[in-house]
Design a protein around this ligand. Structure first.
Ligand code: NAD
Length: 462
């Protein structure tokens, strides 16, 4: 599949030189032209047939399998992501989501009959049908720059929309690869990639879209929602925040430490659903210390800096922000860093005051503070005193404790015994609540998000 001159908007990225990707052609579009072109394509109806949707998903799958190495190299350049992580959490994840969607799309799109009241007569029928929305804007962050651009993109295509995809400028190598490959694989009439940072995104947000799907932080989430309000455009906001992990006193702490460390230090802690901090009683906190030392060594050896499996911090700004948090407690494991390589050791902090800097904002890096509470009641109060988290994790052998947390707290997702994994279950909705976001996606929930559920009533004329 070829691509025309006007397929992409080649934008200026702050701190990088202006670089039209087709210098020989020198074509730079205004976002209004891109959106108008996609809207015109949508109006022709080309994105609606299920065959088109399936073909786009298959092409996207081909892109991922034929260019796994290119994508893995870009992810390594941007985040020091290991090839194992790149395959598992970005490429493999997205391929599984495509396969799941291809397996179920017909069933998900089926109109749903609704019972009709007797007063409308026995011959009246009613149902709901899923209509595509039109032109969707997907704005992605840098931490999982493949998965978090392509998973919403594939959901929007499966629902029959045209899509403008905006990768994060903070993962420039991945952004460049996706901007090069997506046009070569997907229908250029209905999908466009716009690269760039704040000026380009601001210009895009001035346009009218039929849905905006934003993943990132709450400050920009508010910018997106304000811009969307001008056009009454619905939004999905996939945001973050501090996701707590409560560890009960009766638990097998070696399993707890292994699972917490694996979830926390994946992608050097730059994961929206990473356990942000541990809440536990003082005796359990003490007993966990040795287990964390063992668990981190089991994952990355005695010198994580030389482990090929351990990632790096995305840029100097985040490195400086994170290293300033290392003083918030006593380092049980880790604590070291190297600005030249943007390395921060996998770190667990004990004796952390809830008022300390590390507890004031989402950490989004490889630092795991342990905060002590008297027990379950205080843990629930601690959680409910703060913003509603994107994820909440509970490690407890007691069903009563698990039930109480489920009933008495609110969070985007709840994981008992295993961090992160709920988001890999395609049949579960993934999204936040309150400060952690609005709306959700994955699997059939992506169809719900990117469609209008139209109510239809039919009464024969004779
Ligand atoms: P980021 O800096 O890459 O920003 C995300 C997107 O917003 C980018 O495409 C960027 O170009 C755009 N953007 C930035 N400033 C803008 C502005 N002023 N106007 C318009 N657009 C702008 O990513 P980030 O925000 O640093 O991502 C980290 C945050 O995202 C964390 O809070 C994390 O928890 C959250 N997150 C959430 C999820 C989720 O699925 N809920 C997933 C990953 C990350």
């Amino acid at each position: 599949m070829g691509h025309g001159d006007s397929w992409q908007l080649h934008a200026t990225v702050p701190g990088r030189s202006r670089r039209p990707a087709h210098p020989q052609r020198g074509t730079v579009n205004h976002p209004a032209d891109t959106v108008a072109r996609l809207r015109a394509a949508f109006r022709t109806g080309r994105t609606k047939p299920v065959e088109w949707r399936v073909s786009q998903l298959r092409r996207l799958r081909d892109l991922l399998t034929e260019h796994t190495d290119d994508l893995a190299a870009a992810l390594h350049a941007d985040l020091g992501k290991s090839a194992t992580e790149a395959r598992r959490t970005e490429i493999g994840f997205t391929v599984r989501e495509i396969d799941h969607t291809l397996d179920h799309l017909d069933e998900w799109l089926r109109p749903e009959p609704a019972p009709v009241p007797d007063r409308l007569g026995a011959d009246a029928r009613a149902w709901t049908q899923y209509d595509p929305l039109g032109v969707v804007l997907v704005i992605a962050p840098w931490n999982y720059p493949v998965q978090l651009l392509l998973t919403p993109l594939l959901g929007a295509l499966a629902a029959g929309n045209a899509v403008v995809a905006k990768p994060s400028e903070l993962a420039p190598a991945t952004s460049a690869v996706l901007a090069r490959l997506l046009p070569a694989y997907l229908d250029p009439e209905a999908v466009a990639v716009v690269e760039g940072g704040i000026p380009e995104t601001t210009a895009l947000l001035a346009e009218r879209f039929d849905h905006i799907f934003y993943t990132g932080n709450g400050t920009v989430g508010r910018v997106v929602m304000r811009a969307a309000a001008e056009h009454l455009t619905p939004v999905t906001l996939e945001l973050g925040g501090k996701s707590p992990a409560f560890v009960d006193r009766d638990t097998d702490l070696s399993v707890v430490a292994d699972r917490l460390a694996a979830g926390k230090f994946l992608n050097a802690g730059q994961t929206c659903v990473a356990p942000d901090y541990v809440l536990t009683d003082p005796a359990t906190a003490k007993a966990l210390e040795a287990e964390f030392v063992r668990a981190v060594e089991a994952l990355f050896g005695t010198d994580p800096a030389s482990s090929g499996e351990y990632g790096r911090i995305v840029n100097e700004r985040h490195f400086d922000r994170l290293t300033a948090l290392l003083d918030s407690g006593r380092a049980v494991v880790g604590g070291g860093s190297d600005r030249a390589t943007k390395y921060i050791a996998p770190t667990v902090l004990a004796d952390v005051d809830p008022a300390s800097p590390v507890m004031r904002e989402e950490i989004f890096g490889p630092i795991l503070p342990v905060v002590t509470v008297a027990g379950l009641d205080e843990a629930i109060e601690f959680i409910n005193d703060r913003d509603k988290p994107l994820a909440l994790y509970v490690f407890s052998a007691s069903e009563g404790t698990r039930d109480r947390v489920a009933a008495e707290t609110s969070s985007g997702g709840l994981g008992h015994g295993l961090p992160l994994a709920h988001l890999t279950v395609s049949d579960l909705p993934f999204g936040g609540v309150g400060e952690s976001g609005i709306g959700n996606y994955h699997g059939r929930y992506s169809i719900e998000t990117f469609s209008h559920r139209k109510a239809v009533l039919e009464k024969p004329l004779a």
